[in-house]
Unconditional design. Structure first.
Length: 358
């Protein structure tokens, strides 16, 4: 088992990466000694696969647990679905010593973290991510949120988990399309911070898609290490943490315009990264080789690279509503070279429109 630490003073926590972790999550919660009850938040498919294993592990260390199911999919990351969990917690008289456990992908993790941050003004929670995307990105760093019809993650809070337990065994049940979508975030980490990770992906795409265990351990640990470093430096996204949004400015617009139903988050981010690279080259930030390598790597993992057919005006209007917009300006993370990016607070509509037609 690999163990990383996010150092945030009294909000510090461990990230565990290994196999057969679900049954032993409770063994790593001794620092939450005041908790005697736990509520697992998950979706029906994940609960059927892993719910009993996780609850058994919690009960073995004296944590009485039950479960709330939320339907699967980004369309269920809403205040209405949060209300379902609040109702369960209130009706069953759960108190501030209740532990919430997010068992699932990014939707479950974000939703559970938001509920933990707001129920009784804050209860502890742990992340047990079961998708590649959530393992390398959304489960780490304390961003919690629900969506609004006009934009993604517009209602949320920074609230750190007490533990992140990444069980590689859960990836075996992941549909291939979900696994590939998760690879978009791994590619992102290579672009923004680690050219060696990017090169590893270029050289080992087939082994990664075949879920070679050593490859998975490497890319997940490398991604989480980068995420931990960024979060330690800028927990609340004052500036530096924004580099993690590479590809997300346009990616979130794609998700919003298609009603959070046509593209998986990673697929939308993949398209967003390709066009952010094209915009970067257009503005003289990088050369054409960088754009070609990024697009080629995205294609190696069978991820989309072309925009759905909305007008440039519709994309720009959606980007203005995104939480990353700054003083009524659209902010982009632009790439200078593989492993180096730049935060640009003001990108003109004219330049964006031109890039969107490339």
């Amino acid at each position: 088992m690999k163990q990383l630490r996010i150092d945030l003073a009294d909000r510090s926590y461990d990230i565990l990466i290994g196999q057969n972790l679900l049954a032993s999550v409770g063994d790593h919660l001794s620092h939450l000694g005041q908790c005697r009850r736990a509520v697992i938040v998950t979706n029906p498919a994940i609960n059927k696969l892993y719910g009993k294993i996780l609850s058994g592990g919690l009960q073995s260390v004296g944590l009485e647990s039950d479960c709330v199911e939320i339907p699967e999919g980004e369309t269920h990351k809403t205040l209405a679905d949060a209300q379902t969990v609040y109702d369960h917690l209130i009706q069953n008289q759960y108190d501030r010593n209740t532990l919430l456990v997010a068992l699932g992908g990014g939707v479950i993790g974000d939703l559970t973290g938001f509920i933990a941050a707001t129920f009784l003004r804050g209860v502890p929670y742990v992340q047990v991510p079961t998708t590649l995307l959530s393992q390398v990105d959304s489960s780490v760093g304390g961003k919690t949120a629900v969506n609004h019809p006009q934009g993604k993650n517009l209602i949320g809070s920074f609230y750190q988990p007490r533990l992140v337990a990444i069980d590689l065994d859960t990836l075996t049940s992941l549909p291939p399309a979900e696994f590939r979508a998760g690879m978009a975030e791994v590619i992102k980490y290579g672009i923004i911070e680690n050219h060696l990770l990017f090169e590893f992906l270029e050289q080992n795409s087939e082994k990664i898609l075949a879920q070679d265990t050593q490859c998975l351990e490497y890319i997940i640990e490398a991604s989480c290490t980068i995420k931990a470093k960024v979060v330690e430096r800028d927990e609340h996204e004052g500036s530096y943490r924004m580099i993690l949004n590479f590809g997300h400015t346009l990616g979130h617009a794609i998700e919003a315009l298609t009603g959070y139903s046509q593209f998986k988050h990673g697929e939308a981010v993949a398209i967003g990264m390709v066009y952010a690279a094209k915009l970067s080259q257009q503005l003289g930030k990088c050369n054409d080789e960088v754009v070609q390598r990024i697009e080629a790597l995205v294609e190696k993992f069978d991820l989309p690279t072309r925009l759905p057919e909305f007008s440039p005006g519709e994309y720009i209007e959606s980007m203005y509503r995104d939480k990353k917009a700054h003083d009524k300006n659209i902010r982009f993370i632009l790439v200078r070279g593989i492993g180096t990016v730049e935060i640009v607070d003001r990108v003109s509509e004219v330049d964006i429109q031109k890039a969107l037609t490339l």
